[in-house]
Design a protein around this ligand. Structure first.
Ligand code: HEC
Length: 162
């Protein structure tokens, strides 16, 4: 083998090793962008069906976004509900929906007409269904901090500093 040929072979071997190292690094250090949508629900199809019906009837979508859907004509800075079940418990949601004054549980910074309405007028079953569904709205761990930050900033209008 000539000297020039050896050099070419060594360079090719180095390139192959380089590509292998890069692939290993990328697969072990995925970026957030590669991971897809972080939100999911643990609800059964039946619970999803019942809760979606209530959600539509009660027009929650006028103020909240969920699964990236929201009424575009409304500009209420209410927290998004995606992943909310990783931040609060089913019991908390039930108490919140049942309270005649939800702002006693979660203070508001908004004008009265934009605040979370009381759903104490719904039947116990309906409030349970909504609470169970809210609790099923989960977020993957890698996006939990982002979700918490967005919620905090919507609720307080202040920057989140952990
Ligand atoms: C008029 C606008 C409006 C409507 C309609 C509305 N919400 Fe809200 N909601 C808010 C606002 C604003 C907040 C934040 C607290 C506040 O400012 O009162 C909130 C808070 C919440 C929270 C607590 C979020 C958190 O950060 O912990 C949940 C859960 C919730 N709403 C669910 C619902 C559901 C379910 C419905 C329908 C049954 C609904 N909301 C209807 C405006 C609304």
């Amino acid at each position: 083998m000539k000297r020039g040929e050896k050099v070419v072979l060594v360079l090719m071997a180095l390139m192959v090793v380089g590509v292998m190292l890069r692939n290993w690094w990328v697969s072990d250090h995925e970026t957030d962008k590669d991971r897809g949508i972080p939100f999911y629900t643990t609800a059964t199809p039946e619970l999803t069906r019942q809760a979606s019906e209530l959600y539509r009837q009660q027009q929650c979508r006028q103020c909240h976004s969920l699964w990236s859907v929201r009424n575009m004509m409304e500009a209420v800075p209410a927290p998004a509900l995606d992943g909310i079940g990783s931040l609060r418990s089913e019991e908390w949601f039930y108490q919140y929906f049942s309270s005649p004054n939800p702002q006693g549980i979660l203070p508001s910074r908004l004008k009265a007409e934009y605040r979370m309405p009381s759903y104490a007028g719904l039947s116990d079953d309906e409030r349970r269904t909504l609470a169970r569904y809210m609790a099923s709205l989960k977020v993957q761990d890698w996006y939990l901090m982002e979700t918490r930050k967005a919620e905090y900033e919507k609720l307080t209008g202040k920057e989140y500093r952990p």
